[in-house]
Design a protein. Structure first.
Length: 398
């Protein structure tokens, strides 16, 4: 497998383009490890793909540490929800000897579906840029377990289903199913697979709010023309995952799947670990292949300092925003953005604070007309440019 190389400079550059910032001060302390006891039986679970390079439960201490730093550093006071990346496993990780090295990204304090879309898109693009020139393909597998009540309803129905079908299961798995019904997802025998197909699905039990959130996530993914499928068996960690869960797999020429990245919302960690209110958060971990060439192919040139600030207004504009930002990345045009913000005043204030010479505005009108308004900050002159002509136009600006 060739995913992202050990010296993941290219991955960092791509993450920065999407608004992520390096954060090198994360370490797991004794107090973080001690907090694991608040997540009952979480370390006994293994309900994600047992053949995966990464396991959701292995990330628990890391997410507790990330949330502790968010609280200690009062990151909630930042002008927008922090978007960070760092290398894993982080210092002090108790799984260091067993867990693979990772490139990690987190967005904290943003409950909106756009946060899910940003992290999925960034992880996908990073992996796509590192794909070998063969016939393998990438696929995003998505699911949602919803909020606490949604998952509780699903868990009850799933447990009832498993008890009802216990006699149908292989003898070797019956005891395991009695203790933890979700171990059914780890069973790869044919009987188990057929039962999983018939079993209750988490999405059936989503609350209206959770269903609307996941619907928007899917709309973002579809607007980006990313290949995806719904994987009802993708549950994440029973004790701290909440809402959207995803993984990115490589499908080899022989049809075999290989997990390259996993991601999940972990909104409940702040409450369970630190006794604080729920703080929305979503993270992704991308597997780093230590055997990949140190001479990883780099972009022909690094983008210059961003001279543009991208502003969006309205849901339709948000849907198109990520595809435009990706188009600019491919063209090697750096751009600032704050997609988590909705009001034009706060976005304009951020742009003026950065003193960028140009602002790109995508509102409802522009979204319908497939155009972008380019404002020259020095003269206040505005020009409307078709999206398909935007790269050429921006490259000609002085």
């Amino acid at each position: 497998m060739k995913t992202i190389s050990k010296n993941h400079t290219k991955a960092e550059a791509m993450a920065k383009h999407y608004g992520f910032h390096p954060y090198h001060s994360i370490s797991i302390e004794k107090q973080d490890i001690a907090k694991v006891k608040n997540f009952k039986d979480s370390k006994k679970l293994s309900i994600s793909d047992k053949n995966a390079a990464l396991n959701f439960d292995d990330l628990l201490e890391e997410k507790i540490a990330v949330m502790r730093l968010y609280l200690e550093k009062k990151m909630s006071e930042m002008h927008q929800p922090p978007m960070i990346f760092y290398s894993g496993p982080v210092q002090g990780d108790p799984h260091h000897g067993a867990k693979n090295k990772t490139f990690n990204m987190d967005i904290i304090g943003n409950p909106k579906s756009i946060a899910d879309a940003i992290i999925i898109e960034t992880a996908y693009v990073i992996l796509k840029e590192h794909m070998p020139d063969d016939e393998s393909e990438l696929l995003i597998e998505l699911n949602s377990i919803g909020d606490k009540d949604s998952f509780a309803r699903f868990s009850r129905e799933f447990a009832l289903f498993c008890r009802k079908h216990l006699p149908d299961l292989p003898v070797a798995w019956r005891q395991s199913l009695k203790k933890d019904p979700f171990s059914l997802y780890s069973c790869d025998e044919e009987l188990c697979s057929s039962l999983i197909d018939e079993s209750p699905k988490p999405m059936t039990y989503l609350s209206e709010q959770s269903r609307d959130h996941f619907k928007e996530v899917l709309e973002y993914v579809e607007s980006l023309s990313l290949p995806y499928t719904i994987n009802h068996s993708l549950i994440g960690s029973k004790h701290y995952s909440s809402g959207t869960i995803f993984r990115i797999v490589k499908i080899n020429k022989n049809g075999k799947k290989e997990v390259l990245a996993i991601g999940e919302r972990y909104n409940t960690v702040s409450r369970k670990a630190w006794g604080k209110k729920e703080i929305p958060a979503i993270g992704a971990a991308i597997f780093i292949d230590e055997k990949a060439s140190k001479n990883a192919k780099m972009p022909a040139k690094q983008p210059k300092e961003a001279r543009f600030y991208f502003i969006q207004l309205g849901y339709d504009a948000k849907l198109k925003s990520l595809s435009i930002i990706e188009m600019l990345r491919v063209a090697n045009i750096a751009v600032h953005q704050s997609l988590s913000r909705d009001k034009i005043t706060s976005q304009l204030a951020a742009a003026e604070k950065m003193a960028v010479p140009y602002i790109l505005i995508l509102g409802q009108k522009e979204a319908i007309e497939e155009s972008v308004t380019v404002r020259h900050m020095n003269t206040r002159v505005q020009e409307t440019v078709k999206i398909i002509e935007l790269v050429t136009y921006l490259k000609k600006l002085p």
